[in-house]
Design a protein. Structure first.
Length: 391
């Protein structure tokens, strides 16, 4: 912790020194500039564009409060509000910048729990529409998993996310290769490989961890995703994607586990008119899981449907339904409820792009338990340079 804060302080100090250096250079006389040019008139002169060496830095706070009518709510863990009272859901530091013409570097550090959420480099100059990512990053599985807490519409992730992917993010140390297919429409193929050793900090609720070094290619975790995008009109568009993850089962030493996912995002926004702040959107996402367990295998699935209505630049309403069920196998030995369902409604008010208030109501039920009700409030504050949100 002390080392990290020291590095952050040194980075901030260097930013201030750099600004002072720029001011000092502005005071150099014109005579000195002409003298410098005369000394190099016999050499080839190059014009180098002025690029800031300071990284984009942002701090993001997510602070919430929750109330539950009883103790029948599922415990989601991670950033979720799981009990009555106040919760510091997130205190995130984001640093990003171009390294050179060939790489960018991005860090997301979470002070809640003191851990790295993502820290990776991305190539920017590979040929033939290829791009690579190297480091610690979120798996490109589904629509919701890559989204950070402050970019969510709701105060918590879906039930499907916590059950099949991770309490926070399905992520780990690995390598990614993506390819933008040269088609008349947008079509991206992404492949990822993750190390499953404990020291590689894999985060997952489906696949196996190990302390042993990999002995074959089957010891790694593989993620694949295909994603396409279409414009129906100037105002309406749709994103369709499918994902798969393949690795070892945590319940059998030689068993396998697989995840298959599909997601659709449709959006209508009047970008050609004056009311471009108004939009409606529909998200559908589902996951099917097959896991080998002692003597049999388990098959369960889950998903959610979400409808968003933004009536102005400051106000958004949303409704979401979650559902999880078991298709085959005895899930009782794995400490999972057989069936889960939940309905949620949220109103979000954002006076600016740097602050947001969320008010959320949940009603849900676990298998063979009574209904529960929950109310959440969340404050989100952001300072610094903020990366653009994905579509």
């Amino acid at each position: 912790m002390k080392i990290f804060l020291t590095l952050f302080f040194m980075m901030t100090l260097s930013s201030q020194l750099y600004s002072e250096e720029e001011n000092w250079d502005a005071l150099i006389s014109q005579d000195s500039k002409e003298l410098s040019v005369s000394k190099t008139e016999n050499s080839m002169m190059q014009i180098v564009p002025s690029v800031s060496e300071n990284p984009d830095i942002a701090l993001i706070l997510n602070f919430g409060a929750g109330w539950f009518s009883n103790e029948n709510n599922p415990i989601l863990g991670g950033h979720a509000i799981d009990e009555n009272g106040f919760t510091l859901q997130g205190a995130e530091l984001n640093i990003s910048h171009a390294v050179d013409p060939y790489f960018t570097l991005n860090l997301n550090f979470q002070f809640v729990g003191m851990h790295i959420e993502e820290f990776y480099g991305t190539t920017t100059a590979l040929p033939w529409n290829f791009q690579s990512k190297i480091g610690f990053f979120n798996a490109s599985f589904g629509r919701e998993n890559p989204i950070h807490l402050h970019s969510l519409t709701y105060t918590n992730y879906s039930l499907m996310h916590s059950r099949f992917l991770s309490n926070e993010h399905f992520s780990g140390s690995g390598v990614e290769l993506s390819y933008l297919v040269p088609t008349p429409f947008y079509f991206m193929l992404t492949s990822q490989i993750f190390d499953t050793r404990t020291k590689a900090h894999l985060r997952t609720t489906t696949f196996n961890f190990t302390n042993e070094p990999p002995e074959s290619f089957s010891d790694f975790l593989y993620v694949l995703r295909g994603e396409s995008f279409f414009n129906f009109t100037n105002n309406a568009s749709i994103q369709i994607a499918a994902s798969g993850a393949f690795g070892k089962s945590p319940y059998l030493s030689d068993g396998r586990a697989t995840l298959f996912g599909a997601d659709i995002y449709w959006k209508w926004r009047d970008i050609t008119g004056a009311a471009d702040s108004f939009f409606i959107a529909l998200t559908l996402e589902a996951i099917l899981r097959d896991t080998q367990i002692p003597g049999s295998y388990l098959r369960d699935w889950g998903g959610y449907a979400q409808f968003d209505l933004q009536v102005s630049r400051t106000s958004l309403f949303s409704i979401r339904g979650d559902y999880i069920d078991t298709i085959k196998g005895d899930i009782s030995a794995l400490s999972y409820p057989e069936k889960l369902m939940r309905g949620s409604f949220v109103f979000a008010y954002a006076p600016t792009h740097f602050s947001r208030l969320r008010f959320q109501y949940d009603i849900g039920k676990q298998h063979e338990k009574d209904l529960y009700h929950a109310i959440f409030m969340q404050l989100e504050l952001l300072i610094g340079a903020h990366q653009a949100h994905s579509y």
